[in-house]
Design a protein around this ligand. Structure first.
Ligand code: ZN
Length: 266
């Protein structure tokens, strides 16, 4: 997807580039001062080209220029599905540029996925791609194993939780949650504020915090169901609206867990 440079750079701000690995169009990315990169993109390794080994850069150039993927070692054409990680010759391959987290984790691109099989596949891939296994191989192959393994890690962590999975789907639909589009109903915000006050008052009272935890958990569950229905009906704006709410409930959930950890350890 070739985008005008201006719009592509805007997408870096929403992590679009590293999630979808479409940074290839961003030839001027090196012009961005490294001090500002961390605000633009969480993933220095993949987006800050000058921090990347030359070999990987060349691999990316290669795969972006040629649609037909070839093994960097033996030169034979590789099947992007069957030889996604390894060429038939046994050597680790680079991560294809257009690979999504859904594809790498062998999931359909939808909100409702089987997280048990996701976890099983993740463990299997991490075992196969663990960089320690390649410490005796060439520097190039080790670097590719690190690249593949890091990509699988990010894919797994993003797809595992409903909130991040939903946010990633919104990014794929080109409608990510960012500050300018995440406004919520003032009444909802008021409820959240009041709930936070209740939590602050309940600190130290295990039963009271437990009750608030139950209320918040059921709100989260309901919200996840609504997100699921909205995505199933292809209603992206509705899914986004529910995901923004889910973000608030998830923050509360983190806060409650933190209270349990800090104040109520038995
Ligand atoms: Zn090969």
């Amino acid at each position: 997807m070739a985008a005008p440079l201006g719009s592509a750079l805007t997408k870096i701000g929403t992590r679009f580039c590293c999630r979808l690995r479409r940074f290839k169009t961003l030839s001027s990315i090196q012009c961005i001062p490294s001090s500002s990169i961390s605000h633009l993109c969480i993933d220095r390794h993949y987006c800050l080209q000058h921090s990347t080994p030359d070999f990987i850069k060349n691999q990316r150039n290669f795969s972006s220029l040629h649609k037909d993927r070839k093994c960097w070692k033996c030169g034979s054409p590789t099947d992007e599905e069957k030889e996604l990680f390894f060429c038939n010759c046994g050597v680790v391959q680079s991560v294809p540029e257009d690979l999504t987290y859904f594809k790498v984790m062998n999931c359909e691109e939808k909100f409702d996925i089987d997280t048990n099989s996701l976890s099983r596949l993740y463990k299997d891939l991490q075992r196969k791609l663990h960089p320690d296994k390649y410490s005796q191989r060439s520097k190039e192959e080790l670097a590719l194993a690190e690249q593949q393994s890091a990509f699988v890690n990010r894919a797994y962590n993003t797809l595992l939780k409903p909130l991040t999975r939903g946010q990633y789907l919104l990014e794929i639909h080109g409608d990510p949650i960012d500050e300018s589009t995440s406004a919520v109903n003032p009444n909802f915000l008021m409820e959240i504020m009041e709930f936070n006050e209740d939590i602050a008052e309940a600190v130290g009272n295990k039963d009271a915090v437990g009750q608030l935890d139950n209320i918040n958990s059921s709100r989260m569950e309901k919200c996840v169901e609504e997100v699921s229905k909205a995505f199933a009906a292809d209603d992206v704006p509705k899914a986004k609206e529910c995901l923004i709410k889910l973000k608030y409930f998830t923050n509360i959930d983190d806060k409650i867990k933190d209270i349990f950890r800090k104040h109520m350890d038995q």
